[in-house]
Each structure stands twice: as structure tokens, then as C-alpha cells.
Design a protein around this ligand. Structure first.
Ligand SMILES: N[C@@H](CCC(=O)N[C@@H](CS)C(=O)NCC(=O)O)C(=O)O
Length: 226
């Protein structure tokens, strides 16, 4: 079966799908759309996804337009290794944590990082409303790091002893925080993110563990190495 993923370099939801494919050891083609040139909003792309969002997976003409839906389909089409668990208990654990990461980690990371990475905002002065917004966003993101650290206290991956959908959802968010620490150090330092390795050692080790899995390096955003 020919699998083609449409995504944007560094888009976290698209990255989820690339990780799901990597965890399963599947071969696929990636078509990177240039968001800066509005390619995801072009008539050509809207013909396959009227919402103009990524990811889209084309599996021999079957078009899927949602990251979690794509991961669920992948798991049914290629059951080994499972992304959503096997026993009812595992399914419950994986879905619970996956949706918590989709709701809370995604929201916290996006609120904190979109202004910094996409809009290029710099550190606002202390006492300003913008600074207070950042402080609230940083606190929410630290809370989610704490949540992940707690999950990893008893297991090497977020839902057990092998990578699952939770890892595919969480890894892009954590990798993007690291990217912001490397490229926007001043602002990330002001909110305690330059010390994530010592504050959250289990999350840091987990991130390295995922990054070292076969084929995961090929999922890294191409524009990060330009
Ligand atoms: N629920 C969808 C959301 C997809 C989504 O919003 N993707 C973002 C990139 S991470 C996007 O395409 N944003 C561009 C836009 O909304 O115009 C999914 O998880 O696949």
C-alpha cells in the first residue's frame, strides 16, 4: 500500500503521524507543504482537505484528515506493534493519556510557544499584561511536564513498555519546547525552561529514548537542519 503524508515541517499534528509510521516501521512518502507560501490553503490542497489543515494521509486513495483518526486507522491496518494497546486496560490507559496530551499539553505548548516561534515575540517587560500572560502559559506548560514526569516514574514510555499513540502525540510538543530553548534562549530562560533537564529528568531521558528509535530521526522537521 502506498502511504503519502501531507504535512508542514514542524507541524506537531503532522509529526504525530510520522511518528506513528516510524513506530510501526512502515515506509511512506512525505509531501511537505510550505505554510509560509499558503500551500496548505491552495485550491489544489483544499481539493483533498477542504479545511486546509495538516496532516492528511493518502493510503492508496483513501484520504484521512485527522492526526488521531490516522493513527487509529494505522493501528487497524497494521496492528503490530500496537499504538493504542491490546487489552481493554491498555486501550483505556493509552486513550486517556493521549487525549490528555491532545487537550492540555498541546494547548499549553501552543499558548506559550506560538507567539515566540511563529510570531517572533521577545521577552515582554515585567509588570506588563503580556508578561503575565507568558507567566500563566509557562506555569501551565510546567504542570504538563510534571504530568509526563509522573507517567514516566513507573515505565519507559508514556503508556507502558513500548511506544504508543501517547508518545506520538507528546514527543513533538516536547521537541518543540527544546527547539525554543535552543533558538530563543532568553525568553525560555525567563520562564524556567532552560533547566528542564534537571527539573524533569525522566521526560528528558524519554525524549532521547524516542529520538533514538529507528526511523524517528527521519521525522525531524527538515527546516531545523537548514
Ligand atoms: N484535528 C486536526 C487538527 C489539524 C491542525 O489544526 N493542524 C495544524 C498544524 S499542527 C494546521 O494545519 N494549522 C493550519 C490552519 O489551521 O490553518 C488534527 O489533529 O489532525
Amino acid at each position: 500500500m502506498k502511504l503519502t503524508v501531507y504535512t508542514v515541517s514542524g507541524a506537531p499534528r503532522g509529526w504525530r503521524v510520522l511518528l506513528g509510521l516510524a513506530f510501526k516501521g512502515l515506509k511512506y512518502e512525505t509531501k511537505f507543504l510550505k505554510a509560509s507560501e499558503g500551500e496548505h490553503k491552495s485550491a489544489e490542497f483544499r481539493a483533498i482537505n477542504p479545511r486546509g489543515t495538516v496532516p492528511v494521509l493518502d493510503a492508496d486513495g483513501l484520504i484521512m484528515r485527522d492526526s488521531l483518526g490516522i493513527l487509529a486507522w494505522l493501528d487497524r491496518q497494521y496492528p503490530e506493534p500496537p499504538l493504542f494497546g491490546e487489552t481493554p486496560e491498555e486501550v483505556a490507559v493509552v486513550w486517556q493519556a493521549t487525549l490528555e496530551c491532545c487537550d492540555y499539553l498541546r494547548d499549553a505548548a501552543n499558548t506559550m510557544l506560538a507567539p515566540i516561534l511563529l510570531k517572533g515575540e521577545s521577552l515582554p517587560d515585567e509588570g506588563t499584561k503580556r508578561r503575565a500572560d507568558y507567566e500563566a502559559a509557562a506555569e501551565a506548560l510546567h504542570t504538563e511536564y510534571g504530568f509526563l514526569e509522573g507517567l514516566l516514574d513507573r515505565q519507559p514510555y508514556l503508556a507502558g513498555h513500548s511506544p504508543s499513540a501517547v508518545d506520538a502525540v507528546a514527543f513533538p510538543e516536547i521537541a518543540i519546547v527544546q527547539r525554543a530553548v535552543e533558538t530563543k534562549r532568553d525568553i525560555m530562560d525567563a520562564f524556567g525552561f532552560t533547566e528542564i533537564a534537571s527539573k524533569y529528568p525522566l521526560v528528558t531521558a524519554w525524549k532521547e529514548r524516542i529520538a533514538a528509535l529507528p526511523s524517528v530521526v527521519e521525522t525531524m522537521p527538515p527546516h531545523w537542519s537548514e
